[in-house]
Design a protein around this ligand. Structure first.
Ligand code: F6P
Length: 537
């Protein structure tokens, strides 16, 4: 199988040049005119799969734009790349391995092969162990060191070992057990640790150390203080075996830390950190919502996986979202992309997507090693509606920058309080309408309109719908990576800062010997820090 990225500089492809020509030959399409001229636009530029509906009609595209974009996708062999992803090929070229997260949510009994090796049985075996442990903890059968049941779980992890389960637990709060409080500790800041354990009884607390590498500074530092806190309170090292579990691809290191191998839940090097929610990284989530809801989320992910693999490009949700993003980033241009869930339960979704999109596609060098001549991932940001409306929507409506928005809403609420939900959704629809069609008035009151958005609508935020949403955006990122020619599964850019921090930490620990190799600013800052720190002793 040919694993090389599609050949050629994207911006020299005839299909790219055709899009550039299309952009410069035509004035920016007016959404008002497009809707006036085509009474079926909303129905036509709409795609549905399972419980998700994507309305992409309020985008600055004509039928010709969409045809040119799918032409570009074909020129980059998107269908072939999708097949490679699903075939367990080594699509993570710089690390020479598969990115086979779709195998984590394939139905029991299906075959998911990486180079002839079916990973399905090992995936199901870990899921079964997670389910067994979760049930024992949830039922109170699993006892801590002093014989008390577990009432608090603290997930210790960062990046992909934090953002996914944190976001999903917040989203599935209505499905969570009232008897088990699950919290997340991520930051290398004593304030985070202090706040997380403040009201906890160590005898009733389980820590889940979540780390693919089991080598991440923040996570290990937090795990060590958690272990000290626990052992100091319970009086014996043996407590670690009853109060610590791990989700990791490095079981050896977790066991070396002192975690009972029976409570080490494995995942594999072919699962990328930010694509790991469906793996044992979801253990804290499963502890909270139970194995059945967790499996329902996996089924939702699988439903979107199947859609992505089989639907024609023109009616393929992740493909459409990806292509629209390529259009805005490359040709309009737009530098950022706003995520606006009209759901408090999805409050963590923008932060989750920041890592998914920006760590995956925030690259200036192509998978083949050459510098890119085009922009890649936009800056992803956002906040739940209606809070964002009273913070940054002013800029969306009248600012000088173009910011495409994804609105996400639900027909029903898990918390039907008075008429809140109807009001909330009225705002969701009103915002995309106002952005698209604006309003003429005196200059300072006028809203120019023609500001693009997608709207995703589902009946209710269930585990299955959450799974569909997560997989939708994962695959959108893959589509864009394929078009932009980057490897979305590595993140070499984060390494330099880690290396520098190790060096500076050793200098801080030494107390005085600040290396002359630092620039003047960094050296002065460290020296000032050391002086101030001494002053506080
Ligand atoms: O530093 C970035 C990163 O490698 C992310 O990609 C990853 O999700 C995070 O750190 C945590 O890594 P680990 O799960 O190995 O602790």
């Amino acid at each position: 199988m040919d694993l090389s990225p599609p050949p050629g500089d994207l911006t020299l492809l005839p299909e790219w040049l055709a899009l550039a020509g299309h952009r410069s030959a035509n004035p920016e399409p007016s959404l008002a005119r497009l809707f006036a001229e085509d009474s079926q636009r909303a129905q036509r530029l709409c795609v549905e799969h399972e419980e998700l509906l994507l309305d992409y009609s309020k985008n600055l595209v004509t039928d010709e734009t969409l045809a040119l974009l799918t032409g570009l996708a074909r020129a980059r062999d998107l269908p072939g790349q999708i097949e490679k992803l699903f075939a367990g090929a080594r699509v993570n070229s710089s690390e020479n391995r598969a990115a086979f997260h779709v195998a984590l949510r394939a139905p029991r009994g299906s075959v998911s092969e990486i180079e002839g090796n079916d990973v399905g049985p090992q995936v199901q075996a870990v899921l079964a162990r997670m389910a067994d442990f979760s049930e024992r903890v949830r039922s109170g059968e699993w006892k801590g060191q002093t014989g008390k049941r577990i009432r608090h779980v603290v997930n210790i992890g960062i990046g992909g070992s934090d953002l996914g389960p944190r976001m999903a637990l917040r989203a599935l709060r209505p499905y969570a057990s009232a008897d088990l409080r699950v919290d997340f500790l991520a930051n290398l800041d004593g304030a985070d640790f202090a706040a997380r354990v403040e009201h906890l009884d160590p005898a009733e607390t389980l820590f889940v150390v979540c780390s693919k590498t089991f080598n991440t500074e923040e996570t290990l530092a937090n795990a060590r203080v958690a272990r000290d806190w626990l052992v100091a309170a319970l009086g014996a090292e043996t407590a670690v075996a009853r109060h610590f579990a791990a989700a990791t691809a490095n079981v050896e290191a977790a066991a070396h830390f002192g975690i009972d191998p029976a409570l080490c839940f494995e995942f594999w090097d072919w699962v990328g950190g930010r694509y790991s929610l469906a793996s044992s990284v979801g253990l804290s989530l499963m502890l909270a919502v139970g194995p059945e809801a967790f499996r329902a989320m996996l089924a939702g992910m699988h439903a979107m996986d199947s859609h992505f693999r089989r639907a024609p490009l023109e009616a393929n949700m992740p493909v459409l979202l990806g292509l629209l993003g390529v259009w805005y980033t490359g040709f309009l241009p737009a530098e950022t992309h706003c995520i606006a869930p009209y759901s408090q339960d999805l409050a963590e979704f923008p932060a989750y997507l920041q890592q998914l999109e920006m760590e995956s596609n925030g690259k200036g060098v192509g998978a083949g090693g050459g510098e890119l001549e085009h922009h890649t991932a936009p800056i992803v940001w956002g906040q739940s509606g209606t809070r964002g409306q009273h913070a940054f929507f002013q800029l969306l409506h009248q600012g000088t920058r173009r910011v495409p928005v994804d609105f996400i809403g639900f027909a029903r609420s898990h918390n039907p309080v008075a008429d809140h939900h109807d009001r909330l959704m009225a705002h969701c629809f009103a915002q995309s309408e106002a952005l698209a069609f604006g309003h003429a008035d005196e200059p300072h009151r006028a809203c120019p309109g023609n500001r693009p958005s997608n709207t995703l609508l589902a009946p209710l935020l269930t585990p299955g719908v959450l799974g569909q949403l997560v997989a939708l955006y994962e695959h959108k990122v893959f589509v864009q990576a394929t078009l932009w020619g980057v490897n979305p599964f590595d993140q070499w850019g984060v390494e330099l800062g880690k290396k520098n921090a190790r060096q500076i930490f050793s200098e801080i620990e030494a107390g005085s010997a600040v290396s002359p190799h630092h620039d003047g600013s960094t050296r002065a800052l460290i020296q000032r820090y050391l002086a101030e720190r001494r002053g506080g002793d």
